[in-house]
Write a protein that binds this ligand. Structure first.
Ligand code: BGC
Length: 458
């Protein structure tokens, strides 16, 4: 079960001055009408499991400012968004001045509200022309990406200096080329997945250097998804070995590429020379949500003969269309911090959240995550910010509108928003730069799931 709070009286947990309290988003999920990328094509092929369309998403292209106002009212001091490559470069080498104008207005809007923008350059979507050329499976993808990165930084270097080159290279490669859940929808193409990861590493490194040439003080990193793995049968050597394998392949491979400039085994068999990637990060972002329970099972070839499951008594958000989303596991923050420690650079939690339409366990999750983070800061980890995923419900990729991660509920037809109880809690944490003792009792009143709250010792 979830660890207990213990008998110690609660104390205020205040963070270092300047700590960033933000929310995270990505272009395709919030802007609406992104019709020139491969996710739009995926949707047209009927691959969204709910059959839904992204449509106007959260209406950001017309009015992202509605959410910026909310973020400002909440007292947040940072917000992560992404630039949609297919909007600014709809055809190779052709740039759309109006798209740049709109992004400029958005970034200005954030700065005017006292909100620091973190800008991601790649968050799962590719322009269709790039996808047709094989995207990151094609070695020329690296130069295309670099050209795009340079152009964006030239346009917006006066408004932003915090850049996330690539979001979750491990998820992009794994979901698209191994599990077939994301475009291009390939299954079991393990070597392709490895090559894609290697090329993403090169693309990141090239962008890192190009950004620094343009903006010497830039703060450049990437966002690494980290999933905690635990053996389904704790004493089974096979389950434990499988956890080790998943950890190495999924969690640690890209981190090692950046830390050493070398692809670890078995990536080294196909990735070639990555020496230019060594130490190309000024910070590392970690995206942290879940824990997976792993049991050896011959029927699950596509997940390396691992059945991934969640024991029913553990905290979970809402169920996806075909499978559970995962065990909500705030302690994964500590796992992530340990894994990236060797990079010796500041850490930002660039995503953390739970799909929870009714706000059953989100208040608990926020509280636990912030407590976990504070512990890490006290232990000397250089954690500089926490970005909750997400501010307003948005389009959750292949799960459509089904999974609701927002602090705010969104009616995707009318675009009306209203606050879930956890918005108030998170806002108060941001305003006080930490967790006050009283937040715990407030959160336990907010949380509607008695059993989870009790198990968390609230
Ligand atoms: C992705 C987001 C996604 C979130 C929730 C992350 O892996 O970066 O785009 O919405 O998880 O599933």
């Amino acid at each position: 079960m979830t660890p207990q709070t213990g008998d110690q009286p609660p104390r205020d947990l205040i963070f270092p001055e300047g700590f960033l309290w933000g929310v995270s988003t990505s272009a395709h999920q919030v802007e609406g009408n992104n019709t020139k990328n491969q996710w739009h094509e995926w949707e047209r092929q009927g691959r969204i499991k709910t059959g839904e369309a992204c449509g106007f998403a959260c209406g950001w292209w017309e009015n992202a400012e509605a959410d910026f106002d909310i973020a400002q009212k909440m007292g947040l001091n940072s917000l992560r968004l992404s630039v949609e490559w297919s909007r600014v470069e709809p055809r190779p080498g052709e740039w759309d001045a109006n798209a740049f104008k709109r992004y400029r207005a958005m970034l200005k809007g954030l700065c005017e509200r006292g909100i620091k923008p973190f800008v991601s350059l790649h968050h799962f979507t590719n322009p269709m022309w790039f996808e047709r050329e094989g995207a990151f499976l094609n070695p020329s993808g690296v130069s295309h990406f670099e050209r795009f990165a340079v152009r964006v930084v030239k346009e917006f270097g006066d408004l932003c200096s915090d850049w996330v080159t690539v979001n979750e290279p491990n998820v992009y490669a794994g979901m698209g080329y191994q599990l077939g859940e994301f475009p291009p929808g390939l299954r079991g193409k393990t070597l392709s997945a490895f090559k894609v990861l290697g090329n993403l590493c090169r693309a990141h490194a090239r962008a890192y250097r190009a950004i620094h040439d343009l903006q010497p003080n830039a703060n450049v990193g990437w966002a690494q998804h980290i999933l905690a793995f635990t053996p389904g049968r704790p004493h089974s050597p096979v389950d434990r070995f499988l956890c080790y394998v998943h950890d190495e392949l999924f969690n640690k491979s890209f981190i090692k590429m950046i830390a050493t400039g070398k692809a670890p085994f078995p990536y080294n068999l196909v990735c070639g020379d990555l020496s230019s990637a060594k130490d190309t990060c000024d910070f590392v972002g970690v995206n942290v949500y879940n824990r997976a329970h792993v049991e050896f099972d011959l029927r699950w070839a596509k997940t390396l003969f691992s059945r991934i499951f969640i024991p029913p008594d553990l905290p979970q958000g809402d169920h996806g269309v075909e499978a559970p989303y995962g065990e909500a596991f705030p302690q994964c923050l500590a796992v992530a911090a340990q894994y990236v420690q060797g990079l010796k650079c500041p850490i930002y939690v660039l995503e953390n959240g739970v799909p929870d339409r009714d706000d059953r366990i989100r208040p608990w999750l926020i509280l636990e995550a912030v407590r976990e983070l504070h512990q890490l800061v006290e232990q000397g980890f250089d954690v500089r910010g926490y970005f909750h995923w997400t501010l307003t419900d948005n389009f959750e990729w292949s799960e459509g509108w089904r999974l609701r991660f927002g602090l705010y509920h969104l009616n995707e037809v009318t675009l009306e928003r209203w606050a879930r109880p956890s918005a108030k809690l998170y806002s108060s944490i941001a305003r006080h730069n930490g967790l006050l003792a009283r937040h715990r009792s407030e959160a336990s009143q907010l949380s509607q799931s008695e059993s989870v709250v009790k198990s968390a010792g609230l």
